[in-house]
Each structure stands twice: as C-alpha cells, then as structure tokens.
Design a protein around this ligand. Structure first.
Ligand code: DX5
Ligand code: ZN
Length: 220
C-alpha cells in the first residue's frame, strides 16, 4: 500500500500559539495539515476562514488539506485554492451538482475530495468515484473536534475500498475524520484507509511529534 498519511487537524490546536503549533507540525512526520472550515449553517459551529488559512499557508511546509463543512461550497473554491488549499474536500450533502463541483476543484489544480456524513451511505458515490482523488469518511457528525468515534466508519471504509476496486480506481485516498486514535487506527488501515485525520488525539497528547510518529508507524 502507499504510505499512510497523517493529517493533524488544527481545529484542536492552540489558536493563541498557532505559529508554533504549525512549526511543530512542520517538524513532525505529518504529511498533511487538515484545515476544518465550518460555516454555522451546514454544521452548527463556525471555525475560521481565509485569513487564517493564508497565515497557515505562509508558515506551513506541508500539504494543506481543506475540509469544507459549508453550504454551497462552489462559491468559494477559487478563493480557497488561492489561499493555499492543495486538497479541497466538499460534502456530498452540500452539492446537488457534485460532478461539476469536482471538476471545478480539479481545474483549480487541487486534489478533489468528497466527504460523507455518518448517515450517508457509500453507494451514492458509485457514479462519481472514478472522478475523485479522495473520499473522506466522517467517523463523527461534523462540527466539533473531540467527539467519540463511530465504529460503522470501519465498515464504510471497506465499502469505499471495494467500490474503488470494482471501478478500477487505483490511486484513491481514503481519509477518515473524527475521533481517530491509536486504538481504532489499525482497524481503519486494515479496512483500506490511507489518510488519517487526528485532532485531539495529537494536540492533547503530551508529545504530539511522537504521537504523530506512532500513527505513521502503523502504516509501515
Ligand atoms: C469534525 C472535523 C474533524 C475534527 C477532528 O467536524 O471535521 O476534522 O477536527 O478532530 P478529532 O480528531 O478531535 O475528532
Ligand atoms: Zn475535518
């Protein structure tokens, strides 16, 4: 398998010390930095937007993996790409014209991802999976960090891997987001996950750099 990518979510970072948190991630084995954008409409919480992403982009030397939990994300794709997003993931539940939205993301030169809420079945991706670079399985209901992992995500991971194989899609990133820790990561990897988001598990640990290294090791 391709090497496992760990994507710490800066939603769990200390925002008053964001620069040094990014420096820590730069020094770690994390390949991506996961950036959660919330609009208070699609999800009940509001996080941060362009000025923060731009500042993170200036400081970070990692891939910025932007997870848009916003309604009508097509309004802002170009602005997110300009602000530094290299991976842009939209929610299936927010995109009636998903095929067009995915093409727009690719035209901007970004990797295109689609996220599924815990209650959205995998089969809705049947006619779009061949166009995707990434599928994000939500293993909590989106909106907040620090929630409890929903184990059904393991089954859904396997279903995405099987759907991709059945369509001859070989390079798909399968990313899991929410409540990921060292205890559920092995099952997720076994099911086919190759990108793991981790917020609180990384930032609340005594030594985040070691925690990231321990997660990376699971993929070896
Ligand atoms: C939840 C976000 C997640 C969150 C993960 O809506 O999409 O990326 O930051 O945080 P943890 O790992 O703490 O559940
Ligand atoms: Zn996220």
């Amino acid at each position: 398998m391709e090497s496992l990518i760990i994507a710490p979510s800066i939603l769990a970072a200390n925002f008053a010390e964001l620069g040094s948190e990014i420096d820590m991630l730069n020094a770690s084995q994390a390949e991506w930095i996961h950036v959660d954008v919330m609009d208070g409409m699609f999800v009940p919480n509001i996080s941060f937007g362009f000025p923060v992403l731009e500042a993170v982009n200036k400081r970070a030397n990692k891939v910025l993996d932007v997870h848009l939990m916003i309604e009508k994300p097509e309004r802002y794709l170009e602005a997110f790409a300009k602000a530094g997003a290299q991976v842009l993931t939209v929610h299936y539940e927010t995109c009636p014209h998903l095929h067009r939205t995915v093409q727009q993301i690719k035209d901007l030169g970004c990797l295109a991802g689609v996220a599924l809420n815990p209650s959205t079945p995998v089969h809705v991706l049947e006619d779009i999976i061949s166009d995707l670079n990434l599928v994000l399985i939500m293993s909590v209901n989106p909106g907040f960090g620090g929630q409890k992992f929903i184990p059904n995500a393991i089954k859904k991971t396997k279903e995405v891997a099987e759907l991709a194989a059945s369509k001859g899609v070989t390079k798909l990133k399968i990313e899991i987001d929410g409540g990921v820790s060292i205890s559920n990561a092995p099952d997720l990897i076994h099911a086919g996950a190759n990108v793991l988001v981790a917020g609180n598990f990384v930032f609340s640990s005594p030594n985040p750099i070691d925690t990231i290294a321990n997660l990376v090791k699971l993929g070896n």
